[in-house]
Design a protein. Sequence first.
Length: 399
Amino acid sequence: MRYSARDVAVFRARLLDIPVLLGSATPSLESWANAQGKRYGLLALHERANPQAALPAVHLLDTRKMLLADGVSEPLMAALGTRLERGEQSLVFLNRRGYAPVLACAACGWVSRCERCAANLVLHLADRRLRCHHCGFERHVPKACPTCGNQDIHPFGRGTQRLEIWLQAQFPQARILRVDRDSVKSRKQWEAMLERIHGGEADILVGTQMLAKGHDFPKLTLVGVLGADAALFAADWRAPERLFAQLMQVAGRAGRAELKGEVLIQTEYPDHPLYAALVAHDYPGFAAALLKEREQAGFPPYAFQAMLRAEAPEMSAAIAFLASAVALPVVHEHANVVLYDPVPMKLSRLANLERGQLLAESHSRPALQAFLPRWREAIEGIKAPSRLRWHLEVDPLEF
């Protein structure tokens, strides 16, 4: 059952005639638009809970003008060294776990692809495995290229495991702790990890989004961010919103007590408006600019959407089912709802199933709500292959 926990909370509060409090340093643009439109009340916190703590200074490192050593710039290395000398903690944020995103052969072009998904197998060097982060499929790391036999196969890109190993070589005296879903697999492990960090048993943290928000480490004064640019030009139109929220949240880990905090973000696009807003800690300005873009493009919250998805062993079956849903007579009875052409999903194959999707959109929420129950009832009457599965998601977040 797919639903938005936030929207369910708001709806239940309305039914019970009680207030509901949504709290975030980076609210969703839908919630922000509701606050600006006076549908929601807005309570703004202009200072940190600790009166002696100030917002960290955010600096951009223009990597176009720097030589990088295994993806890390010299200014970031120097800042890490300074914190070690002071006995303070640092966090190097890289939202990509594993050793490297892919293993490849330069001789024939072989790439470690998942046999069940339209994705690459990620190299996990610690346990000598190639692992799919989508379906869980894994295999041993081959000693030679499976296609041509070339023994000179290399990892490309970097993940938290590779970064941890490299930083340990650069700072052999430092206690480096990697925090991601590979190193923390249970609540007990997570609590033990947090206890070590709070107890000062780590000098440099290497982490993914698990460390991005909700944690208070008084001795942590430096946050370094690697690999943020990848989300700037993603096909998903929500990617800038997600990236800004993620970076603003991880930046908030620095300087939460008396010690001053600093954030260093490596980027090849230092003039991008998103980074300018981060430097200024200007969520309202960034949200206003992004909402203006959404309004011009006709994207939510200025349009309302539902997504019909189908999964089948063959893509042709999934697309044919979606095409049948478009052709249903009930569609023509709702002129205020637009249905787009069926297309493969971005991750078109997952766990041996081909996946397609069909977007329904309207500029009127009541019009979409009136359409969806009738459409769903009609869809249930479509004769589909036995192994085809489908679901309808309102206000989809993934495309």
